[in-house]
Unconditional design. Structure first.
Length: 302
């Protein structure tokens, strides 16, 4: 007959045996990992993890922090060079600007390539990541200009994409990342804002075209309002699409004053559209402010 003491003794023996087996398995695993670390692939995995931490986590150490600020500085200098080379009096230094562009493209290309090689997220996930897509677009214009022969005007259009390098700063700034996250989480409010503005634009553009178009003038071949003061002699509200420019500047409370109503009904419509523009922008903006405040509190709590 088995006594409680015998059962406890057997249980202790079993637990010790299980503990010894676990320790033995751990030692075997550690031994295998040590052997793997001494192989080429083991050393490469360690190196790739270190490089990924260095490039992706500026807060991980002084070297990563210094590298991040170096890249930020290069982004700033690259943007300055891009702007400076458009100044007519500095066009004589074209060789300097071209040389600096080659240098920056090489640095940013190496950064992107190394990050692509050592990423642990998966190659396709890396390519489709928004920040990485911005990095790729920032360096692609240089290579496209090398591959294709095109007129200078077309080349300048492509070179404009070099300004995408400014958006690389988002990767190195938590505050900028917070803004991007806030915009992403409040996309419903942005959709509401765009929808309300679009309705108001079309509605008030039609009303202004109806009341401010004027009468047809065969000599000028356009519609002319009584007492027209527009520099062309024609009404700026020839059609609803033409009236959209006035609607945009009025509803957004910018009011350039290059197009404005002359009649009483037109001025009344203009006044209503000004107030409507304030309401269309103020209501979604309040919602955006609340959402950003909530995200900020969550960030502080984390």
């Amino acid at each position: 007959m088995t006594t409680p003491e015998d059962s406890a003794r057997s249980s202790n023996i079993g637990m010790r045996a299980a503990g010894r087996m676990k320790m033995s398995a751990n030692r075997a695993r550690d031994s295998i990992e040590k052997k793997n670390e001494n192989t080429f692939w083991g050393k490469w995995k360690t190196l790739s993890n270190q490089l990924e931490t260095l490039l992706e986590k500026p807060e991980s150490g002084p070297w990563a922090y210094g590298l991040a600020w170096t890249i930020v500085g290069m982004i700033g200098v690259s943007t300055f060079c891009f702007c400076a080379e458009t100044v007519p009096s500095l066009e004589a230094y074209d060789s300097i600007w071209h040389g600096s562009e080659i240098f920056f493209v090489i640095v940013f290309s190496l950064e992107y390539t190394i990050r692509f090689i050592v990423t642990s997220k998966g190659k396709m996930n890396f390519i489709l990541d928004t920040s990485n897509m911005i990095d790729a677009v920032a360096i692609l214009p240089f290579y496209i200009s090398l591959l294709f022969t095109m007129p200078i005007s077309d080349l300048r259009v492509i070179r404009v994409f070099r300004l995408m390098r400014v958006f690389k700063l988002i990767r190195f700034s938590q505050d900028l990342q917070f803004i991007v996250q806030g915009i992403s989480s409040t996309r419903t409010a942005f959709f509401l804002l765009g929808f309300l503005l679009m309705l108001a634009l079309i509605f008030f553009s039609f009303l202004m075209w109806f009341f401010e178009r004027g009468a047809w003038d065969a000599k000028l071949n356009c519609y002319v309002r009584p007492g027209e003061v527009h520099f062309t002699g024609c009404s700026p509200y020839q059609s609803v699409p033409d009236s959209l420019w006035w609607a945009v500047t009025t509803l957004t409370t910018v009011g350039y004053g290059d197009t404005f109503p002359l009649s009483g009904p037109g001025r009344a419509i203009c006044g209503v559209s000004m107030v409507t523009g304030i309401l269309c922008i103020a209501l979604p903006t309040t919602h955006l402010g609340v959402e950003f405040a909530g995200l900020y509190e969550e960030k502080k709590a984390a």
